[in-house]
Ligand binder design. Sequence first.
Ligand SMILES: [Zn+2]
Length: 399
Amino acid sequence: MSLLVFHEARVFDGEQMLAGPRSVVVRDGRIERVVEPGELPEGLLAEARASGSLIQQPGATLLPGLIDLHLHLIWDGSDDPVRSLALETPEQTLLKGVGFAATTLRAGITTVRDLGSVHDQAIRLAEAVERGWIPGPRIIASGRSIVMTGGHDPFWGLAVDGPAEALKAVRTQLFAGARVIKVSATGGVYGRPSGESVDDVELLPDELRAIVEQAHRRGVKVSAHAIGQQGIQNSIDAGIDTIEHGHFLTPEQARAMAERGMALIPTLYVYQCLAESPNIPAYARAKAREVIDRHQQAFTDARAADVLIGAGSDAGSPETPHPALIEEIEALVNGGLTRAEALRAATADAARILDLGDEIGHVRPGYRADLVLVDGDPTSDLTALRRVRRVAQGGILRA
Ligand SMILES: [Zn+2]
């Protein structure tokens, strides 16, 4: 019987900041109760104190462990992560990912979605965390993404042409252990130096439909890299679950997404990095600058239509070192969310997007005790998120 008591802490429960201080009792990996400090039985307090499992830190806030819905653990966030990969052996790349997984967990991020890795390495990282071999967040990984021949992110893409090959690729990834399927519906900003545009439609409607149909049949969601308008439309029509980036989303498309319960992971921060960093190749910086205002407009339209928004940092991408979720939460606030809404996008709403809304993302009785204690009140000052004091994963303290 393992016990952990966070005593007299502010609590952001995944939806909102609770009115007064609370004491949160964790037993055997789950949150047992969330009570006013005075309601905590004296005996329980004494038991926690005697066993060294009482955590009491004045001024601290307890939140659900943070969730990053879009990152790449085997990318190093340097100016050119693709070049880094080319200079490494696969073992070195994987070991680097082991380090980034630990860094991510220490930052209070207890669940991530990894949307692209060479040799399905993020799936191996996910297994290693699950088996307790390495410290890291729970990883929901796609491994290789599914792209058209010559499509966006070819270095970790499984190239397919036609619905039959698309179907085979989904089955291949599911067999490899993928818990999410990632596709490229359009070209990208940081793609090939020439011959790749964000407006390019890549996987075709019938290919996307074949992928979604097969993945959903197996209970797995599909995430689409989609920047240009037609690729976004194809993704909506095919029944994709989450749109990544979504720069050219129209108000009408936003309404369609909301109606179908689709989520947008805007990844605002990484495009600001691409647009601003002097280390980024000129062609990519120019493309990022061209689309950055459009990105903000799409985000505003998505909010107006009540599209479910999730926080995803794209950490590991060019000039976006691990971890970058706090920066993305800040970008979401700069883009128009309240601080509480942005925190929700990285906790309760993110859990909902993963279909784990009954398991994680909340500080409530019955939920898994993935928790982070930070110094300060992040609903009034986001820098509190950088002052991580404790991280619990399934009720076990990791930091
Ligand atoms: Zn990405």
